[in-house]
Ligand binder design. Structure first.
Ligand code: SER
Length: 884
């Protein structure tokens, strides 16, 4: 038997040997087409290569492309499980020529692969062509030797392939396999073509045109080739099976499902096992590509798929969540070809387990409600919309899940009634809604979020993605288009831009398109469930409905990521060194720094900061993966995630854990685990280097720490080094000698200060240059008076003592002026204290200086006065007192 793995690699290698580049499957969320829900064909990633907008270094390619057809235009969800060939997830094998070979070579390559490499019997094959494509008919005859009866001309869109309403398209030729007479059905184009006997296995599209939005169809720059062959279909043919679910790959998953549930794979519950096997594949691949279950957009399609599978697990009688148990089988089957599956294995497992655990809580009760309601209905009477809405709203039953259950009973559902109930609820929400208080802007955002669907954020996975313009706002009003010079707010259906939240600043960057239009986005904010890009149009014009490329400023995002991840490590390190009372009081994740406020009663010491810094850097260097999970708030907190008090969490929370294993947290637990919606590095090593730059008090019991990481840390260190170099330069020194040089200068300054003091003293006590104030005789005694500038008041008494010693007997008056104020000291030698009191004299002096009082002893008294300009008058007043 040829296994699916062998067929996949056989296909890739065959085209590889025929000069095709083996290209990886693109993600399920198309980055280059905002109007497409999921990648639904191999050519999606090459869309712009066909039209010539994008160049690749090869012009032949081969892929095995992951495809999801659920929700949106191509929706196979309802049929999965009940038919032989419907899947929500499948692999499309395809070869592509971008203006290189065309029809003849494409047909030849396909024919040779099927008949020579894969060894299919020619007689079992027939083909269709577009009705007027004579050229294709001729080539089939020549290359394959097919007779006219086995080349069927089809005039319908079945043989004209287009990806969607716009984009590359062209006539196609399909290859069919005849599963044999014992299966009912006729060849394509015949009245019973819908039978299961003739199965299309490969579609060769002769890509020639581009369908444009206005209805025009133009020629592609060069005719090209796009082919698509479902791996599951060709595997069925090569494995002699009629049903895709009987191929080895699907069968292994179905058997695992039977094992886990203990219910036979092929009995009464075969449909349930098939549903589970299919939905496990689409759910796992979507999760691996960044889609997580939610109540909107792609996340809701995923939730619908998951819940449909979970209801079938319930039908199998599974008491505990079971679908996550099948992940290892899926990884065994497909992990080697799609490594993202291996990388995301724990995320897939956790997400499936959480969703199933949660849904189990309401599934049983919902089913009971439904049973009670249907019991009351006639045999094929439709279920009322109100009941379906209650199941949706209260029990989490997506509408298609309810329909799926009713289908088993041959019963319809009143969809109009469901829609009416939904509208009623929306209106009630609107009436109850209270905004921020600014009525005009509140109304605008409410109207917009009511009218538009939530912006899908693709920025965890990518930094550039296309988005379709949903609304343009200028001066608080919606406008149909904007042009150069306009300040505008732009809302897109999806974006790579992060909108400010959780302390992380919004992204900056450009919105551009090929027609030369460009908006410089300087901020991104969240309003209700919309991301609002704020910026100015630099060139060109854009209108609602246009598709633009959202290009996040990468180096800035890298800095934000480094700061955000570093904040998580810092938080944990602070708790380890300061204690568990440390809780987050505020956080800013900016381009140039991070700021983290914590509850802590006293300053964090220098030593503590160093230890924290060291631990963070040690964790960075461990370079372990940063892991992201989605779970419920309760589960996350139970598992030890740090929750932020006062923060509002939705149904799902994102848990980010990092820093490598931390045994003290429990087996398998990482150093840091937090609830967080921000963007983070992939591995902590990407943070680079972490440095605390300041610590200080913010409010009572709250400390603020600022730090830098990554490129910002390099900037910080460079700035510091620059300062050091400049300081050293100013002191004619080098950074290495700077400390010694500064100590030397301080020593020198001390010495100079001492010398200055000495000199002043000398000046006051009669040294050279003293203020002219001759010694005189007043009232029969020697009298010395000095009025001095800038001598500290505390120096006056020792000076007076010194002068006393010099003159032996007499009266000394010293007045010092400092900043306009005066200090006065009067000294009287001991032999004279019987006649004159220094205290009396100082009072006279102080009065003249505009002051009052003064005190001391008869031999030494001190006072002050506000008016230093009156120094000489004070001296005169004292002289007068002495002479009287
Ligand atoms: N695009 C075509 C298809 O999806 C061929 O790959 O069938």
């Amino acid at each position: 038997m040829t296994t699916a793995k062998e067929i996949r690699s056989g296909f890739l290698n065959y085209f590889g040997q025929n000069d095709h580049e083996i290209v990886e499957s693109s993600p399920l969320v198309p980055r280059n087409d905002p109007t497409l829900l999921f990648t639904n064909a191999g050519m999606v990633q090459f869309k712009n290569v066909f039209t010539g907008q994008e160049k690749r270094p090869y012009d032949r390619a081969v892929t095995t492309q992951k495809c999801v057809r659920a929700g949106g235009k191509h929706n196979d969800l309802e049929n999965v499980g009940y038919t032989a060939r419907h899947h929500t997830f499948f692999e499309m094998l395809g070869n592509f020529s971008f203006g290189d070979y065309f029809k003849d070579r494409a047909i030849e390559l396909a024919w040779n692969l099927l008949t020579k490499e894969f060894g299919l019997n020619k007689d079992k094959l027939l083909v269709t062509v577009y009705h007027d494509d004579d050229q294709a008919v001729d080539i089939w005859k020549k290359v394959a030797g097919l007779t006219d009866d086995r080349i069927i001309r089809i005039a319908t869109s079945d043989n004209f392939w287009s990806m969607g309403d716009t984009g590359p398209c062209g006539p196609c030729s399909e290859i069919f396999y005849d599963h044999g007479e014992d299966i009912p059905g006729g060849p394509p184009g015949s009245p019973d073509e819908d039978g299961d006997r003739f199965i299309e296995i490969w579609n060769l599209v002769f890509m020639q045109f581009e369908q444009q939005a206005g209805g025009d169809r133009i020629n592609l720059p060069r005719p090209s080739i796009d082919t698509g062959m479902g791996l599951e279909r060709i595997a069925a043919v090569l494995q002699g099976k009629h049903d895709n679910y009987d191929i080895d790959l699907m069968r292994h998953i179905i058997e695992a499902s039977a094992d886990v549930s203990n219910v036979s794979a092929d009995g009464e519950f075969a449909v349930s096992h098939r549903v589970i096997a299919d939905h496990l594949r689409s759910s796992s691949f979507l999760i691996a590509d960044g889609v997580l279950p939610s109540n909107e957009g792609r996340g809701y399609v995923l939730r619908r798929i998951m819940r449909r599978a979970m209801r079938h697990a319930h039908l199998l009688g599974a008491k505990d969540p079971m679908i996550w148990k099948l992940v290892p089988t899926l990884v065994d089957e497909m992990g080697a070809a799609f490594q993202e599956l291996e990388r995301a294995q724990s995320l897939i497992t956790e997400t499936l387990k959480t969703e199933e655990t949660r849904f189990k809580e309401t599934l049983g009760r919902g089913l009971k409600l439904l049973e009670d309601a249907t019991d009351k209905l006639g045999s094929s009477e439709a279920l009322s919309g109100d009941v379906a809405f209650k199941l949706y709203d209260t029990y989490g039953f997506p509408l298609d899940l309810t329909k799926d259950i009713l289908r088993g009973q041959g019963r319809e559902l009143d969809e109009a009634g469901f829609d009416a109930a939904m509208t009623k609820q929306k209106e009630a929400a609107r009436a109850a809604w209270s905004g921020s208080g600014d009525a005009a802007t509140d109304k605008l955002w409410f109207d917009l979020s009511d009218k538009l669907s939530a912006t899908e954020f693709l920025g965890y996975q990518t930094e550039s993605a296309e988005g379709q313009v949903q609304a343009l706002i200028v001066d608080g009003k919606e406008v149909p288009s904007v042009t150069e010079g306009d300040d505008v707010m732009v809302i897109l259906n999806q974006t790579a831009f992060y909108a400010e939240s959780g302390g992380q600043e919004g992204d900056c960057g450009d919105l551009v398109n090929d027609s030369g239009f460009k908006i410089d986005i300087t901020d991104t904010q969240k309003k209700e469930n919309l991301f609002v890009h704020i910026g100015k149009v630099l060139s060109g014009t854009v209108k609602v409905g246009d598709v633009v490329d959202t290009q996040v400023k990468k180096d800035r995002r890298a800095r934000l990521k480094a700061h955000h991840s570093a904040t998580h490590l810092l938080h944990e390190a602070l708790r380890q060194h300061l204690g568990d009372h440390v809780t987050q009081k505020g956080s800013l994740v900016a381009e140039d720094k991070l700021r983290f406020d914590i509850a802590h009663p006293k300053p964090v010491t220098f030593e503590e900061l160093r230890l924290v810094e060291k631990d963070v850097n040690d964790r960075i260097r461990l370079n372990a993966d940063v892991e992201v999970h989605l779970t419920t708030p309760e589960e996350a907190i139970k598992a030890g995630a740090m929750a932020l008090f006062g923060e509002k969490y939705g149904d799902e929370v994102r848990v980010v854990s990092m820093g490598g294993p931390e045994p003290s947290k429990g087996k398998g637990k990482n150093y840091s685990t937090e609830l967080c919606g921000g963007t983070h590095v992939n591995r902590t090593g990407d943070i680079g280097f972490f440095k605390i730059v300041s610590e200080g008090g913010l409010a009572a019991g709250v400390r603020r720490i600022e730090a830098v990481a990554g490129a910002a840390a390099l900037d910080y260190v460079n700035e510091r080094e620059q300062l050091l170099t400049e300081a050293a330069g100013a002191l004619k020194s080098s950074p290495q000698e700077l400390t010694a040089r500064v100590s030397g200068l301080l020593e020198e300054r001390k010495k100079l200060e001492k010398e200055l003091k000495e000199t002043r003293k000398k000046l006051a006590t009669g040294g050279a240059g003293a203020v002219e104030q001759p010694t005189e005789t007043v009232g029969g005694n020697t009298f010395v008076a000095r009025v001095l500038e800038g001598v500290p008041p505390k120096d006056l008494k020792p000076m007076a003592d010194e002068i006393k010693a010099q003159i032996k007997s007499g009266v000394i008056v010293l007045i010092a002026a400092n900043d306009g104020k005066a200090s006065i000291v009067v000294g009287v030698t001991d032999d004279l204290t019987g006649q004159v009191s220094a205290v009396d004299l100082v009072r006279v002096g102080s009065e003249a200086l505009g002051g009052k009082g003064g005190g001391g002893r008869p031999d030494m008294a001190q006072a002050g006065g506000p008016d230093a300009s009156k120094g000489n008058e004070a001296v005169e007043a004292i002289k007068a007192k002495l002479s009287s």
